[in-house]
Write a protein that binds this ligand. Structure first.
Ligand code: AHR
Length: 493
């Protein structure tokens, strides 16, 4: 049983201090050909007994629709640099997935299936083309096949394969983690290749928003050197950053997804909060490059929790608990704070892989705590992020001390405020107060877990699900108690 803390934290929302619009793409997803994400997860094929539309599971699709998915990155990740698009159009060419465990890759989910899925969801598309083992010609042809509007052979081939109108590629990146799985390149070499290839990523005068692949948390100098390229600002609108939350920060023993000690709750929170400093330092680095245009963006196109492999499961399948939900809330609050400079993020990943929204097992689908956080936070899309101030309690465990509470706020189009509140303390409830500033009403929903690793399952699908929050009016303030291990979203106005 969590202990209520005595003190009440006052949270101030600076209503006149707008940071910027929270781009819907901040709530982006990532769909890689990895483990059972596609085959056995999202995609079952038209002939399956599982209800589907054009091969995509109806239950998973309906769940994703509720998230208002704004953009999907595809086909990788490391997989992008072994993917040859012609394998996944017309008559399919089965391959081995050399990026992820040598599993079979039937290529039944390809270009048409991805772009149709995005179109049905109303999501923008983020294509990662193959620099590692592909050619510039291959990438340019793919873009023309997808987006060509004229009478070219490639546009005609697409029509012959059943799609008359062109689709749109909204965002495009060339290569992925080119310092690692994408080809072990030196930054200057990659920057040269990127600038070269980017020059040819144009069809009918249209160019996607171009993103250059950058560093992960441990090698910021890679991005710095890529940005030294004198023309990189002409051929890209921003650079990517990858950052994963490992409980131990140790890639050979990351930590368990469930059944962990409180010390690993604390180290998970401490590590995930480093996202704030990483974004700040990446923005400072971007701004130190004089030749880049104003507003050059930071695209956090891979982030999320990464635990030890789960025995008997496919690659990178992991359980998702209230700890993941809290991690999601903390990171989304950080992204809101940088709304003016972080135009897109892509949580890794959508189904059955890493910090997934949805876990699928044959007939059954389970919505994870992370899913519920995304569903609760969806109202932040397109809202104007506001500055928030508080002097709240600290949560400590061993040598770790972090702020127990995190908050973000934004003005929605209808003028009401959306407020997100996270209590990352696993053992104490914390009381808060927010000035009413003339608002008549506050309503909210809260996601909390009974234990540090509370999760949903087929037997208990609603063990961790949003419920109404109790908010009191106390004179000129709204007050509430945020339970230990919880994420809340309020609407005030
Ligand atoms: O998301 C899983 C993998 O993590 C991606 O394929 C790769 O880009 C990163 O290392």
């Amino acid at each position: 049983m969590a202990m209520p803390a005595a003190a009440q934290t006052a949270i101030t929302i600076e209503r006149e201090s707008e940071i910027g619009t929270i781009q819907p793409e901040v709530y982006g997803q990532f769909l890689e050909h990895l483990g059972t994400q596609l085959y056995g997860g999202l995609w079952v094929g038209e002939d399956s007994d599982i209800p589907n539309t054009d091969g995509v599971r109806d239950d998973v699709f309906a769940a994703l629709q509720k998230l208002q998915v704004p953009v999907i990155r595809w086909p990788g990740g490391c997989y992008a640099d072994i993917y040859h698009w012609r394998d996944g159009i017309g008559k399919r060419t089965p391959r081995v997935n050399l990026a992820w465990g040598g599993t079979s890759e039937p290529n039944t989910f390809g270009t048409h299936e991805f772009f149709n899925l995005a179109e049905r969801l109303g999501a923008k598309t983020y294509l990662n083309v193959n620099l590692g083992s592909g050619t510039v010609n291959e990438a340019a042809d793919w873009l023309e096949y997808i987006t060509g509007n004229g009478q070219t052979a490639l546009a005609q081939e697409r029509r012959g394969n059943g799609r008359a109108a062109p689709w749109k590629v909204d965002y495009l990146s060339i290569g992925n983690e080119t310092w690692g799985c994408g080809g072990r390149m030196r930054p200057a070499y990659y920057a040269d290749l990127y600038a070269h290839w980017a020059s040819f990523m144009v069809v009918d005068g249209e160019k996607p928003v171009m993103i250059v692949s950058g560093a992960h948390d441990g090698n910021p100098e890679f991005s710095d050197e890529v940005l030294d390229h004198p023309m990189i600002g002409e051929v890209s609108k921003g650079i990517s950053l990858h950052f994963y939350t490992l409980p131990t920060s140790n890639w050979s023993r990351k930590g368990a997804a469930t059944g962990f000690a409180e010390s690993e709750w604390a180290s998970t929170m401490e590590r995930t909060l480093r996202m704030d400093g990483l974004i700040a330092s990446s923005i400072a680095m971007i701004d130190s490059h004089d030749k880049l245009p104003d507003g050059y963006g930071l695209y956090v196109d891979e982030w999320g929790t990464w635990f030890d492999e789960t025995e008997g499961r496919s690659s990178l399948w992991q359980e998702n608990t209230i700890r993941d939900g809290v991690v999601a809330g903390l990171n989304l609050n950080i992204f809101h704070k940088y709304a003016d400079r972080v135009p897109m993020t892509n949580i890794a990943q959508m189904v059955n892989v890493l910090q997934a929204m949805i876990l699928v097992d044959d007939e059954r689908m389970t919505l994870t705590p992370t899913y519920h956080v995304y569903e609760m936070y969806a109202l932040f899309q397109n809202a104007k992020s506001l500055r928030v101030a508080m002097d709240g309690p600290t949560y400590s465990n061993g040598e770790i001390s972090i702020p127990a509470l995190s908050a973000s706020a934004a003005r929605m189009k209808d003028g009401r405020l959306a407020i997100a509140l996270v209590n990352a303390d696993p053992g104490a409830d914390h009381a808060i107060a927010i000035p009413r500033t003339g608002a008549e009403r506050a309503t909210g929903r809260i996601l909390a877990g009974n234990a540090m690793d509370s999760r949903n399952s087929a037997a208990k699908p609603e063990a961790v699900a949003p419920r109404p929050a109790t908010i009191r009016q106390d004179g000129n303030r709204f007050t509430a108690v945020l339970p230990a291990r919880s994420v809340s979203v309020w609407i005030v106005g």
